[in-house]
Ligand binder design. Structure first.
Ligand code: SF4
Length: 366
């Protein structure tokens, strides 16, 4: 039997020798404080310092007794990933490259809007899923990120760009990696990011996007609270989807539709279907009608994403963005079926920071 890369546990995080505190939730920080002979509320103070005040050095934690602070300074790095490169796009978004404790690199994107900002996060170094239209998929899998490396991307981008409670933050796991291939760490990061005593980001504003890993979707549905679910659909027949998304050869459209139909949704919640439009491949009018039929099987909304051309991967030379007129026709088919549809003009295209463009051109470390 052939081994599928996503069946193997992705290599676990391997940060530096001293375990960082980012990634520990409040209970774990309280336990850490008590382990070191301090009252448990010191753990809450560390949590609030890290996530509410966003202090990034132990020297800033003047609320802690000096001896405790010194021990932390010597024995537990905070673990904020370093931004080693930032590439601003003409549309206002910025792609950031983060260096992790072991030298590997991942990317994230900050996208400001008038009344909010959206941060696109990576959940893995590389990705095992191998979608052919995606630059990250061409890298293969390096390893999973741990929860601290995920929340670290948020803190580092908020530090760089600012952010206040008046300007809500949306988080989307649409950067490098298949988040449901790293569910434990993604959920731990979710709990930290949504903790009311820290960043307090509403669970409704946190979305994980999957390529259609059916067992992962089922596992996500068994958690409460949990992030919202988006599925990268991108084709409406098995033949076409299997060509661009190898995961479909195992869990085809019928299996995926059945799994999404059984996904436990909160009142008013909908599953987002993302659909990359590739000229001549997935943008036919018949595709629009099949997409509408699929989307109506469960509460959903559809995001149409005109393909982003990326120079770095010759495998993508065959793919072209759709004609503008075709985008309008597909929108009409979907909205006439009673569906909510939006066209996502990916941001950061000129700096390869858009959907499906995040890739370390010189490998995981460069
Ligand atoms: S589209 Fe997502 S799941 Fe597919 S290869 Fe790219 S990062 Fe991985």
């Amino acid at each position: 039997m052939t081994t599928r890369p996503w069946d193997l546990p992705a290599p676990e995080p391997s940060p530096g020798s001293l375990p960082a505190v980012l990634g520990l939730d409040r209970a774990a920080l309280r336990a850490l404080a008590m382990e070191w002979g301090e009252p448990s509320f010191r753990g809450d103070q560390i949590f609030e310092g890290l996530y509410r005040h966003r202090w990034d050095t132990w020297a800033s934690f003047s609320i802690l007794p000096g001896t405790f602070r010194t021990r932390l300074q010597e024995g537990r790095p905070i673990g904020l990933p370093e931004i080693v490169e930032s590439v601003p796009s003409t549309d206002g978004s910025t792609k950031h490259v983060f260096r992790l404790a072991d030298g590997l690199r991942v990317e994230g994107v900050h996208m400001p809007y008038r009344d909010r900002s959206t941060l696109c996060l990576s959940s893995q170094v590389g990705c095992a899923m191998g979608c052919t239209f995606c630059a990250t998929g061409s890298m293969g899998i390096g390893r999973n990120l741990d929860a601290g490396e995920i929340v670290g991307q948020v803190l580092a981008m908020l530090r760089r760009h600012g952010g206040s409670p008046a300007s809500p933050v949306n988080l989307v796991f649409m950067g490098m990696g298949e988040p449901l291939h790293n569910l434990d760490h993604v959920l731990r990061a979710f709990r930290i990011l949504s903790d009311p005593r820290g960043l307090a980001i509403s669970p409704r504003r946190i979305t994980v996007s999957t390529s259609g890993l059916v067992p992962g979707i089922r596992a996500l549905g068994s958690h409460h609270p949990r992030p919202r679910l988006a599925v990268s659909l991108n084709a409406t027949t098995d033949a076409q989807r299997s060509r661009t998304m190898p995961v479909n050869r195992v869990w085809n459209l019928e299996a995926l539709g059945e799994c999404l139909g059984a996904f436990p949704l909160q009142r008013g919640e909908r599953i987002t279907l993302e659909y990359v439009l590739l000229r001549g491949l997935s943008d036919g009018l018949e595709d629009g009608r099949r997409l509408a039929a699929f989307a109506k099987r469960f509460p959903s909304k559809v995001n149409l994403i005109p393909f982003n051309a990326t120079e770095s991967d010759p495998r993508m030379a065959d793919f072209q963005p759709p004609e503008e007129s075709r985008i309008g026709e597909l929108c009409r088919i979907l909205s006439d079926s009673g569906l909510t549809v939006s066209v996502r003009r990916s941001r950061g295209q000129d700096v390869a920071g858009a959907c499906g463009q995040l890739v370390r051109k010189r490998g995981f470390r460069a």
